[in-house]
Every structure is written in C-alpha cells, then in structure tokens.
Write a new protein. Structure first.
Length: 108
C-alpha cells in the first residue's frame, strides 16, 4: 500500500470542545509530531458543536504501525495524555477511515 491519510472523527463531550482543541493544539499534536506523525489538518464542524476531525498521513501500513507504537505505547501517552483524552472525548464513538488520494488531489 502506498501513502495514505487517516481521517479521524471524534465526538467531544458536551461543553468540552474549547478544552479539547486547546489540549490537541498545545499537547497532543506537538507530542505526536515529535514522534514523527505527519498531521495534515485539525477541524471542527461548524454545524455540530461536538464533532472534531483531524487528518494524519502515513507512508504505508508499516509506517502507521511503527508510529502508533511510538505514540500510544509511550509512558507519556499511557500515564498523562491518554487519561486526559478519556475525559474529553467519547472513545466509543471514534470513527477512523484510511483514505487514498485521487490523481488530482492536492493532498498527497
């Protein structure tokens, strides 16, 4: 498999969106980038105060697995970031899609 994008959609707990965005932008994204993650975008849904979407890029499935291990099996994620995430998003409602860019897509 060639490079692909991971589109992640989260349901944020009511009244927690501002806190979630702040935590993503100040903690989660910088931490993941420091581990090698490529973050292409971070979005809210104008019509839905509880939906957050972000996009990451991976070179292939092996690359994704390696970066997942670097991030999600780290002591920082397990002991600090993960518990905070659980207080802000409904983990049971996470939707993840792997997307392949079409020929004319600007994002590759």
């Amino acid at each position: 498999m060639t490079a692909f994008f991971e589109l992640r959609t989260y349901k944020i707990f009511p009244g927690k969106m501002d806190e979630w965005i702040s935590y993503m932008e100040k903690t989660i994204i910088p931490f993941q980038v420091s581990k090698g993650m490529i973050i292409h975008g971070s979005f809210t849904d104008d019509g839905d105060k509880e939906t957050y979407v972000w996009i990451r890029r991976f070179e292939n499935k092996v690359h994704k697995e390696e970066l997942y291990n670097e991030v999600y099996k780290s002591d920082i994620w397990i002991n600090e970031i993960g518990p905070k995430v659980a207080s802000l998003i409904d983990r049971d409602a996470i939707i993840v899609k792997n997307l392949k860019a079409t020929e004319l897509s600007i994002m590759k």
